[in-house]
Design a protein around this ligand. Structure first.
Ligand SMILES: C[S@@+](CC[C@H](N)C(=O)[O-])C[C@H]1O[C@@H](n2cnc3c(N)ncnc32)[C@H](O)[C@@H]1O
Length: 295
């Protein structure tokens, strides 16, 4: 049988899209502030036909994606929650605004993003907040120290899915849950997805940094079984996130040209949108549970 996780990306990621977002935020760009000032992830529209393309509509849809994942993880007041790859801390801010007596922990590789998260989130209602700089594949936390772990649209950047899942399992208490979102290729598209992950010729499109999009839904099921998780939820929500591509295209067309990459990135987004519409590259929300007797 082919290995489940053949692509292990070892060097730290360079994410030019965060340079762009941070530069736009520094210039007080209102569109970027509204759509990506809090969450840096795709929008989720319960009814995609209602998407308007406006900044506010996008911000609501991005908030909705956080809600869907928090619900998938069964997060409730009083929980100890780790958000791995927390970005600007939007999902932690969302939890802080809705729950009480939470122990909220964000971990991210990049200090600039954590700095913004520190400014965005003022812990309220008995909630405590900690932000750590670090790698999601080597979590600096004790075994069984969390009730919930989230990884919102970031696992494809991590050096290894298998290592992150193993680390999430370790830091969860027995009965604890992990929820994540990821780009998941169909089995038919897997060879292309793996080639796209590795191809140096795609370097000029790597505005989105190093992305491993080479794990199918079946690959995930094998991976989580191997780690010891039980499946809790698996939803292909591709149709719910599709309006994101139109919004991103509009945003880029109004942005100042980014050193020769605005054009290729716009084309790349078209390819991703078409692949998603055809069911070749899907967007999944998934949740897993560490068995109650898991150690
Ligand atoms: C698409 S953004 C999502 C950010 C955030 N989860 C959100 O939903 O707004 C991907 C994030 O993964 C982070 N990241 C990439 N590799 C990482 C790693 N090995 N460990 C921790 N964070 C990482 C990036 O810095 C970035 O913040």
């Amino acid at each position: 049988m082919a290995p489940i996780e053949p692509i292990d990306m070892t060097s730290p990621p360079i994410l030019p899209y965060f340079d762009f977002i941070l530069a736009m935020l520094a210039q007080a760009n209102r569109s970027v502030e509204t759509s990506f000032g809090r969450h840096v992830h795709f929008g989720f529209w319960t009814d995609p036909k209602t998407a308007t393309g406006s900044d506010d509509d996008y911000a609501r849809a991005a908030e909705r994606l956080s809600l869907e994942l928090c619900q998938a993880a069964h997060i409730a007041s009083g929980d100890r929650v780790l958000d791995a790859g927390c970005g600007f801390g939007g999902t932690l801010a969302f939890l802080n605004e809705r729950h009480r007596d939470m122990y909220l922990v964000g971990l991210n590789l990049e200090s600039r993003q954590l700095e913004r998260a520190r400014q965005l989130i003022q812990p309220a209602a008995g909630n405590a907040l900690e932000l750590h700089q670090g790698d999601a594949c080597a979590l600096p936390f004790a075994d069984a120290s969390f009730d919930r772990v989230l990884a919102v649209e970031c696992i494809f950047h991590f050096p290894s899915r298998a290592r992150f899942l193993g680390e999430a399992f370790r830091v969860l208490r027995p009965g604890g849950t992990l929820a994540l979102s990821d780009f998941v290729p169909s089995t038919l598209a897997l060879p292309i997805a793996r080639a796209a992950t590795e191809a140096p010729m795609l370097a000029r499109y790597q505005y989105f940094g190093r992305c491993n999009i080479g794990c199918t839904a079946a690959g995930y099921r094998r991976l989580i079984r191997r780690v010891g998780f039980e499946p809790l939820a698996e939803r292909n929500v591709t149709r719910n996130i599709l309006p994101t591509y139109r919004y991103l295209k509009g945003l880029l067309s109004h942005a100042a040209a980014i050193d020769g990459i605005t054009g290729p990135v716009t084309h790349f987004l078209e390819v991703l949108r078409a692949a998603s519409a055809l069911g070749l590259l899907n967007y999944y929300l998934m949740a897993f549970r560490k068995p109650a007797d898991g150690i």
